[in-house]
Design a protein around this ligand. Structure first.
Ligand code: ADP
Length: 356
């Protein structure tokens, strides 16, 4: 099985250091997603892997071999571009078979390849159409078929979901997961929307300023972000400072403006010293509202603003000490002006001490 291993990768564009010592491991037969702000170097990374751009330094190993000096074809990789890059004057069939002749395939084999690729994305019925006769989602599937017709082992996708409507997005998300399971493919996908990445990735890598700054299972990266930037990049978070009172067994107790809190250290092996400052992160959905709270991590206050969204409400909860916490209440019952005494509370494992 082939895995992708990138070490200490640098890329300069003029004086601009686009990739800055990037490390990345992609497991074989997995769906890995890279997310990061615009300009972080995500597209450049894909271009280096597919062979469209030469790295300035570092290694790109695919199946244990450094592929930097290989041509695009020898790498067994294919890339699907954000704008699909289909030829508008060619039919779907001609787009999918484009370039396959160069591989020395017989007419029968070439036809079978194209048919198989179109079948994988359920696009056979559009074979004689031109791209402009298809919706964005359908064009995306044709672009995917064209890449699959090259029979890559590693498929790279640059923001495949960003131009699609909600229904087509969900459909393509499921299709990518199926391709990995059924076609023995490895997919590395740059995504614009963190929620898409959390939903489909086996492994998510967050990129900032030319580096992967955290990678892991979506659940782990979301629940245990390394720092404040990562916490807010991946979702909504209440962040506040505390002073360490005690640590041990991967946990901490800190005094904060809302009282004493107990939580888990995001990196249990790096215990902060007593008296040092720590940044604490509690996600809104981890704060529950109750009139009978547990003994620890419970903060009394009231709801001062609320946005009702049907299945849940987003509240602004003002603690008695004046700190405002965002809370998300599923199956909402509380609202602004509620006379009931309310506590917001969180399980210690949902209160995270970050490395800031
Ligand atoms: P992302 O995909 O994360 O938005 P890119 O890889 O497209 O980031 O670009 C990262 C940085 O590299 C940007 O600051 C961009 O200006 C620069 N860059 C990359 N390629 C070029 C190029 N061909 N010309 C000028 N700048 C480039």
């Amino acid at each position: 099985m082939l895995s992708l291993s990138i070490r200490d990768l640098y890329y300069w564009h003029g004086t601009n250091r686009v990739l800055n010592g990037l490390d990345l491991e992609v497991e074989p037969n997995s769906l890995s997603c890279i997310v990061g702000p615009s300009g972080a170097g995500k597209t450049t990374l894909l271009k280096i892997i597919v062979g469209q751009c030469d790295a300035s330094r570092g290694s790109v190993e695919w199946g244990g071999k450094d592929i930097k000096s290989l041509g695009s074809k020898e790498r067994a990789t294919a890339m699907v571009y954000q704008n699909y890059a289909l030829f508008p004057h060619l039919t779907v069939w001609e787009n999918v078979t484009f370039g396959l002749e160069d591989e020395g395939l017989s007419t029968v084999a070439l036809k079978q390849r194209a048919l198989d690729a179109l079948k994988m994305v359920d696009a056979r019925e559009w074979a004689q159409k031109r791209p402009q006769e298809l919706s964005g989602g359908q064009q995306q599937r044709v672009a995917l078929a064209r890449a699959l017709a090259q029979q890559p082992k590693l498929l790279l996708l640059d923001e495949p979901l960003s131009n699609l409507d909600a229904v087509a997005r969900v459909e393509l998300r499921q299709r990518l997961q199926r391709l990995v399971r059924e076609q023995n493919l490895t997919i590395l996908c740059v995504l614009h929307d963190q929620k898409d990445a959390l939903a489909i990735a086996d492994t998510i890598g967050v990129m900032q300023a030319g580096k992967i700054i955290q990678a892991g299972r979506p659940l782990d990266v979301y629940r245990r972000p390394l720092n404040s930037w990562l916490a807010t990049f991946l979702g909504s978070a209440n962040l506040f400072k505390g002073k360490i009172l005690r640590t041990g067994a991967g946990e901490f107790i800190a005094s904060t403006a809302i009282g004493e809190v107990r939580g888990a250290l995001t990196t249990p092996t790096q215990e902060p010293v007593e008296g040092s400052e720590i940044t604490i992160c509690i996600r809104p959905e981890c704060l529950r509202l109750d009139s009978l709270p547990p003994e620890e991590n419970a903060f009394s206050g009231k709801i001062i603003d609320s946005v009702f969204q049907g299945d849940f409400s987003l509240h602004q909860f003002k603690t008695d000490s004046g700190v405002i916490l965002k809370t998300a209440e599923i199956n909402p019952r509380q609202s602004v002006g509620s006379k009931a005494l309310v506590y917001a509370w969180a399980e210690p494992e949902d209160v995270v001490g970050l490395l800031d």
